[in-house]
Every structure is written in C-alpha cells, then in structure tokens.
Design a protein around this ligand. Structure first.
Ligand SMILES: *Cc1c(COP(=O)(O)O)cnc(C)c1O
Ligand SMILES: [Zn+2]
Length: 447
C-alpha cells in the first residue's frame, strides 16, 4: 500500500475565523488580522478518503514496524499531524506509545472497574511535552532544509518545555536557547536542558518578563518560537486521545481527565477526539474534564459562570508547579472543546492533590503533582456520583514523578506545608538484630 501522504493537507487558520490560510512552513505564530492564536486545520475530506477501518489498520501496521519514524506514537499518525514533513526531517526519540495502565488498587478503592491512567510521562524527557516538541523541531528542520535561515529555537520556560526543546534540538543539531528568571529556577528543573547543551540566559526579571523578551526576539525570523502559542505542538499532543482510544480497541471512554495550566494539552486532546469523530474513527465523544489547583484556577472560575466570563489572574504558589499559571495562553481553545464535549472543570487543594497522588502510587504509579490534581478531581467526581461504577475513565498522567522528587520526599517526610500526608511511608529504624527485625516484619505482615 502506498501511503500517498501528499494528498493530505494542513494549514494555519485564525481561531476567531479571520480570513486567511497560512502554510505550516511559514514562520507565523499569531493571526496577522486580530493578533489572536492560530490553529492547525486539516483537510478532513482528504482524511475521509480512507475508510475508518483503513486508518485503524494503517496505525496498527506502523506500530508493528521495528524501525523508522512511523513507529513513533506521533508519526504513526503523520497524515493527521503534519502531513507534508519529509520523513528525513523527522526528529523522533520514540515519543508516544505510552502505557494505558490499570491501577488495580485505586480501581477497587473507588469502585471504578474500568479505570486507566495514560502514562504520558514515560517518555524521553519525562513529560508529555515531547509529543509536541517532536513536531515543532521537525518542522524547523524542514524549514531549514527548504533554505530559510533559523539561528536558534527559543522558549521562556523553566520546566518541562525547556527539557523537551533542548533534547529535540540537540537530536536535530539545531541550536536552542531558553530565557529564565534569575534565581527562581531550581537546579533539578535546569539539569536536563543544561545537559543537552541549550544556551541558558538568566534574566533579572520574572517569568512574564522572560516571556515578553522571547516574543520580541522571535519577531525576527532567525529565532523560532517554541512556546505554546505555537500551535504545531498541539498537533503532536492531540495524538494522546487517538492513542488511548486505539489502546481501548477503538472504544471511547466516558471520561478523560486532564490537568490544565496553559490549557494547550486539554485543547489538544479535545481536538484529537473531535477530528476522529469528524472522520468517523469514533462515533461518540467522551466527556472532558480539566483539573486545576485551587491556587491557579482561572478556568475553574470561568466554568462557574458557564464560561460566560474569563478573568486571568495571578497564580499563587502550588506544589503542582507545571500548572501554576494564571493567564493561560490557550483558554479560548480549551473553552471551545470543553463546550463541545460536555466538559467539566474541577479544582483540587494542595492536600487533595498530594494525597491522591500518593494513593495512586500505592497501585504502582509514581504520580507527579499535576497528575495528582487530575487524580484528586477523579476522586471528587466519583464522590459526587458524576462518575458511576459502570463508566470507563482515563486519567492523563502528564509527567513522571521522578521529575518532581522534592514533592515526593516532602510528602513522605511530612514537611509539605498545609498537607497532612495520609499515606506517608517512612523507613523504620531498627538495631541490626535479627530478632528485632523479625518481630517488626511479623508485626507488619501478620498471617
Ligand atoms: C505543561 C504541563 C502541564 C500543563 O499543560 P498545559 O498544556 O500547560 O495545560 C501539566 N503537567 C505537566 C507535567 C506539564 O509539564
Ligand atoms: Zn484573527
């Protein structure tokens, strides 16, 4: 079967519907008419030229291959992501294809038999940010191959985005740079990008100040912008929804729960479901849930008004640092998909997210605090009887807990402020004496 990928087309279009389509190869991040975000639109009729069964078979065949970019979770769905990128320009580090894990203990504890956790953090740099970055950096490689000059790819992130950017740019041999607020970034957050050789510029300002500078820098076309207003990243991230349905044998779950900060990921996952439905791969939509923390909850507040109003705010410090965002770039996209998918926005306190994360760890997870927020919201919706025992639920885990060990250590040492650690599990200190050790073991494991 020839893949005839050249029949498939995608372009940028303004999210507010201003006229004008722009090729994905263009270096453009915002609508020239209204200044709002762009999104990638696909030629859905072209995608409909294959039957749903043909697509499913093609995706399975690619997963059965042993080599090449089409074995990646993202690029196995290339026609739906970025159809015109040449295979030779794809920078893949095996992203996607993450487990849909069934946490037995948590399922029994909640009575939700059909519970899955999509482990998006089981990925090269340890977070789902790899899914979007493979698309963005591959596009940069294609742009350079077509003769344009790009000196470097830049972002103003401190955490998971800069790690993904640095890794994919290093793999591509393309210079990258990150702008950071001086003295506000821990070395744990910095070590991955530093190791990959990113140019790190430490500025005497806060995160918003860095964001302003990076936007100015990228007005010149020599520096390509990797922050999430670049909607190419959404195309990679939307495959999470496609892949989890594929893992459920193309059965659609009743609920998908996603932690939201800048709201790119929830927009992406919603977009994937809507496109699958439009092309006929699925027949119904799940209900989408966005989980925020009480400390950074602008979308939750908007939901309280029926999404009539949206007020950006200043986010307070939270354990879930990756969703500590008060002025989310993608709020319009998120509201749009939530409205189309009978969405709910729910929030979690620090204590709720910390305990939910540790409860899930007892089932074999190692949940990051953002995933903790999603799990806490899952528990709340079960308690409110929104989620019923016959429902199928998927919780999106966004990062590996190993990226957030300070949170884990603090939890088990009971030193997290405002958190009563219900599942702390500290080492038991004993003298080196066999009888004492045996006694302790018998106490813990009585027959
Ligand atoms: C980026 C990130 C999020 C938030 O995703 P948004 O697209 O900003 O809503 C959640 N969890 C982790 C681990 C992240 O890195
Ligand atoms: Zn516009």
């Amino acid at each position: 079967m020839s893949l005839t990928k050249h029949n498939f087309k995608a372009w940028y279009h303004c999210i507010n519907g201003c006229s004008g389509d722009y090729p994905l190869i263009d270096i453009i991040y915002r609508c020239p008419k209204c200044g709002d975000l762009l999104e990638v639109q696909h030629d859905l009729d072209a995608l409909r030229s294959k039957s749903p069964q043909e697509w499913k078979t093609l995706f399975e065949q690619r997963f059965a291959q042993t080599d090449g970019p089409h074995t990646s979770g993202i690029w196995s769905k290339q026609e739906w992501v970025a159809p015109k990128i040449d295979l030779g320009n794809i920078i893949s580090i095996g992203e996607g294809r993450t487990p849909l894990f069934h946490p037995e203990h948590l399922a029994r504890h909640t009575g939700i038999e059909n519970l899955g956790v999509k482990l998006c953090g089981n990925s090269h740099t340890g977070s789902f940010k790899d899914l979007g970055m493979t698309v963005l950096v591959s596009m940069v490689k294609q742009i350079i191959a077509q003769g344009q000059t790009i000196k470097a790819v830049a972002c103003a992130s401190t955490g998971d985005t800069s790690a993904a950017l640095a890794a994919y740019c290093a793999a591509a041999g393309i210079p990258s740079l990150v702008l950071l607020p001086k003295n506000k970034v821990s070395s744990a957050q910095l070590i991955q990008p530093i190791a990959n050789g990113i140019l790190t510029l430490s500025l005497d300002t806060d995160f918003d100040g860095c964001m302003e500078v990076v936007q100015k820098l990228t007005e010149s076309k020599g520096i390509y912008l990797a922050n999430s207003m670049n909607s190419l990243r959404i195309e990679g991230q939307k495959t999470v929804g496609m892949e989890l349905v594929q893992q459920l044998n193309w059965e659609v779950p009743d609920w998908v729960i996603v932690p939201g900060g800048n709201l790119g990921n929830i927009s992406a996952i919603g977009k994937g479901f809507l496109e699958m439905k439009a092309v006929g791969l699925i027949e119904r939509l799940p209900r989408l849930v966005c989980a925020q923390t009480e400390r950074a909850n602008p979308l939750f507040e908007s939901y309280q008004t029926g999404f009539e109003e949206f007020h950006p705010k200043t986010a307070a410090a939270t354990l879930a640092t990756a969703i500590q965002i008060g002025k989310p770039v993608s709020f319009k996209k998120a509201i749009r998909v939530l409205k189309q998918m009978s969405g709910i926005v729910e929030q979690a306190s620090e204590e709720e997210l910390a305990n939910a994360s540790s409860l899930a760890d007892r089932s074999g997870l190692f949940a990051c605090p953002q995933t903790g927020a999603a799990l806490a919201v899952f528990l709340k919706l079960v308690e409110k009887r929104e989620i019923r025992s016959n429902h199928r639920v998927v919780v999106i885990s966004t990062a590996h807990g190993l990226k957030f060990v300070d949170f884990k250590i603090g939890y088990h040492e009971k030193s997290l402020k405002g958190v009563e650690s219900k599942f702390a599990n500290l080492p038991v200190e004993l003298p080196a004496n066999v009888d004492t050790v045996k006694k302790e073991i018998d106490k813990r494991f009585p027959n």
